[in-house]
Design a protein. Structure first.
Length: 308
């Protein structure tokens, strides 16, 4: 149960979402490291709610496995609890299912369900986005939770072991580097929304920069990004080179270092960048909204600054 009135809302609209962690779980299973995927699970859900302007209220999880491994299960649920703490969200329940025959020994899957609320007059729908708006990029913490089927193929092709040093992060095991949990942007985005001037938010998940930003753009609007505006993190540089992945495919599959794109009024861009900085984000101006038939995202300097 959750008391919405006690949360302080006056005219709330409920916003709900569900998501999983995808094949990143296979890396956790093979590496025997289960303490971060719960954070990923929460992050993938709450980051999707905040783009509507909604504050996450409560979360439930579904954990399915062949036979419960108590130690692994404890790590997983502890991660979920930590994700909820980071997002100011209550963990009010969940389900653990043992299904031998459905899952191989040691395998498991996770799903998360989150409900949030936003005042009716504060919903962020993207309807205020207009030509000339500035696009701020909030730095990602790593791969987050998308593209791991491709990541695992690159690791296999390179003949690497998850216990070995990451080629792009010496001194850290490949497992630890790849399993860096998804960053949660809830508190910083709520602060920016409260400051005013946020016109749209795009959580950069599956589909990367090219497919997620257009979700908050009206017909006739596109986004021009500048790849030279931010440094491509080493993990993406390594993936591109080791996997022979073309620049546009990188931008369509991975976040490429930008976990959340925030579209803001030009007159408030500097102020909002400071709000994000004050709330612990690394923020960069990565582009602008432009009037363009067909819309879409175009990335300048991508061939000059990203590996090919």
């Amino acid at each position: 149960m959750f008391d919405l009135k006690a949360a302080g809302f006056k005219d709330p609209i409920l916003v709900a979402g569900t998501d999983g962690v995808g094949t990143k779980l296979k890396v956790a299973i093979e590496a025997g490291k289960h303490d971060t995927v719960g954070i990923d699970l929460v992050a993938m859900c709450v980051n999707d709610l905040i783009v509507q302007g909604a504050e996450p209220l409560f979360f439930l999880d579904y954990f399915a496995t062949a036979k419960l491994d108590v130690a692994a299960g404890t790590d997983i649920v502890s991660g979920i609890a930590e994700g909820c703490r980071r997002s100011g969200c209550a963990l009010i329940g969940g389900e653990t299912a043992e299904m031998p025959g459905m899952y191989a020994k040691g395998d498991y899957d996770l799903a998360g369900f989150c409900v949030g609320a936003v005042e009716r007059d504060a919903i962020i729908s993207g309807d205020k986005v207009s030509d000339g708006d500035v696009i701020l990029g909030l730095a990602a913490s790593g791969l987050h939770s998308n593209g791991f089927s491709l990541v695992r193929r690159v690791v296999e092709h390179a003949g690497l072991d998850y216990s070995a040093d990451a080629p792009f992060q010496p001194g850290t095991s490949l497992a630890d580097a790849l399993l860096e949990p998804t960053r949660i942007y809830v508190k910083s985005c709520l602060a920016a929304i409260a400051a005013g001037g946020v016109h749209g938010l795009a959580h950069i998940t599956g589909g990367g920069l090219l497919e997620n930003i257009p979700r908050v753009l009206a017909d006739g609007l596109g986004a021009d990004l500048d790849a030279a505006a931010w440094d491509l993190p080493p993990v993406f540089d390594w993936l591109a080179r080791a996997g022979g992945i073309a620049e546009n495919e990188m931008a369509r599959t991975f976040n490429c270092g930008i976990g959340m794109a925030v579209i803001v009024a030009p007159s408030q861009a500097e102020e909002l960048a400071q709000v994000f900085t004050d709330n612990g984000e690394m923020v960069t101006t990565i582009g602008r909204v432009v009037a363009r038939d067909g819309g879409g995202v175009e990335i300048a300097n991508i061939e000059d600054t990203w590996p090919s």
